[in-house]
Design a protein around this ligand. Structure first.
Ligand code: LLP
Length: 427
């Protein structure tokens, strides 16, 4: 980010704080998150989409009470996809009407709580759920605003596990074969539901605008069909999240204003052509807001040079704090940040301390040939889907998240302790 510098000794400083001092105070591994950068990205999304649209931050990327407060202050809404995320949102004071509840298999308890507290929308993901949410709302004497999540049938060019708009996967209801139209028909008949719109999320870590544009066009086409069949113009559409970020210098991400313009233009044009009022637009960026705002700081332990192959540089974390490399073949960069080095770069693999060889943080990186135990390495762009997917494999203690702002650092999620680990064991 803008505030990263190297001092005369080669020590990297972040917002004026030396990483060596940060490691001393907070330990390693740890995630350091730039609060101003987070807020600036929230504002960039808000400004790009303007007053006629809503930005729902996707809490799955990373959620904590502090994050919820910042979102609230910056005027963003929040997308949650579980009872746990909902509880965090409510505990930190996010107004229920600014919360959207997602999930392909919401439990009765999750739906009941969401309806009771009055979330702004529940995004319906299946035919069964249409009925389930309607019954719960009716029982509670409420009419729940809902959107229907559709799969528009585009191939998003991203890893299979994070692509969601092709038909052969678990999310949403297909536009194809008139299924989404049938879902609308059923939802409109139920007293417990107020159908406010259609939702489409095509996948994650996407750079190509074409998929978003096809998605927008197909969702508007559905709105036109709904108008023709029922005489109802649904007032909202949500086009999901998914905008990619730069993990390495090969990635060339789009800016919020670019996606806002692309989506806004398509929706307006298609609505005009169909004679529809332009619906209120919303989006759900997660990674693009929080991803670039944090880095992980590790301390180097064992270094193993395998002649003719590469050097294995072990750090004090691994797949418990960043499972993305193992799971998606994700690429990251890494830098020696605690000192300068003129040593010849060596082909390195940064690995963790877990008991399996898939425990890789950075698959291929050139690090100075004199990297040694006690050095600090930083892996940038770990704000999204790292702490939120962190786990206790090998009884690792999940690292803290430390917010850095105005030359000061404070813990917003503390490091786990052995007591935390043992607390759940019974007997
Ligand atoms: N909206 C919906 C309905 C979603 O399912 C998701 C992500 C988002 C918004 C936010 O997408 P984003 O803007 O963050 O790309 N664990 C994977 C990513 C899974 C994304 C799941 N859904 C990873 O680490 O890449």
């Amino acid at each position: 980010s803008r505030t990263v510098r190297r001092d005369a000794d080669g020590v990297v400083t972040v917002g004026g704080l030396a990483v060596t001092a940060l490691a001393e105070e907070f330990g390693t591994p740890a995630y350091f998150l730039d609060e101003e950068d987070f807020r600036a990205r929230c504002r960039a999304w808000k400004d790009a989409f303007g007053a006629d649209a809503d930005v729902f931050y996707a809490g799955k990327a990373f959620l904590s009470r502090a994050i919820v407060r910042w979102l609230n202050e910056e005027g963003l809404n929040l997308d949650v996809c579980s009872g746990g995320e909902l509880a965090t949102a409510l505990a930190a004071g996010m107004p229920a009407e600014r919360i959207a509840l997602h999930g392909n298999n919401k439990s009765t308890e999750e739906i009941t709580r969401a309806v009771e507290v009055g979330v702004g929308r529940i995004v319906l993901d299946s035919f069964q759920e249409i009925v389930r949410v309607a019954h719960i709302a009716e029982k509670l004497g409420k009419r729940q605003p809902v959107q229907i999540r559709v799969t528009v049938g585009v191939e998003a060019h991203t890893h299979e596990f994070i692509a969601t708009a092709h038909e052969d996967q678990k999310f949403g209801i297909a536009l194809a074969g008139g299924q989404a139209a049938e879902a609308v028909r059923r939802a409109l008949k139920l007293d417990g539901l107020e159908l406010i719109g259609i939702h489409s999320h095509i996948g994650s870590q996407i750079f190509d605008m074409a998929g978003f544009e096809v998605s927008a066009r197909r969702v508007v086409q559905l709105l036109a069909e709904v108008r023709d069949e029922h005489g109802v113009e649904l007032p909202e559409i949500d086009l999901g999240g998914g905008l990619g970020i730069a993990y390495t210098s090969d990635d060339d991400p789009r800016e919020p204003h670019e996606i806002a313009k692309a989506l806004g233009d398509i929706v307006t044009r298609e609505c005009e052509a169909a004679g529809l009022r332009v619906p209120r637009l919303s989006v759900e960026p997660g990674r693009a807001i929080v991803g670039p705002t944090a880095f992980t700081l590790y301390e180097v332990g064992t270094v193993k040079e395998l002649e003719g192959l590469r050097t294995y540089v072990s750090v004090d974390g691994g797949m418990s704090d960043n499972i993305r490399t193992a799971l998606y073949d994700a690429e990251y960069s890494v830098a020696l940040v605690s000192r300068a080095s003129d040593a010849e770069p060596m082909l390195s693999r940064v690995v963790g301390k877990h008991c399996e060889s898939g425990d890789i943080v950075v698959r291929d990186a050139f690090l100075p040939g004199d990297v040694a135990p006690g050095d600090l390495l930083a892996v940038p762009a770990t704000g999204a889907y790292c702490r939120s997917m962190a786990n206790n494999y090998n009884h690792a203690l999940r690292p803290p998240v430390v917010a850095v702002k105005d030359g000061a650092a404070r813990v917003i999620v503390r490091r786990e302790t052995e007591e935390d680990l043992l607390r759940l064991d019974v007997g």
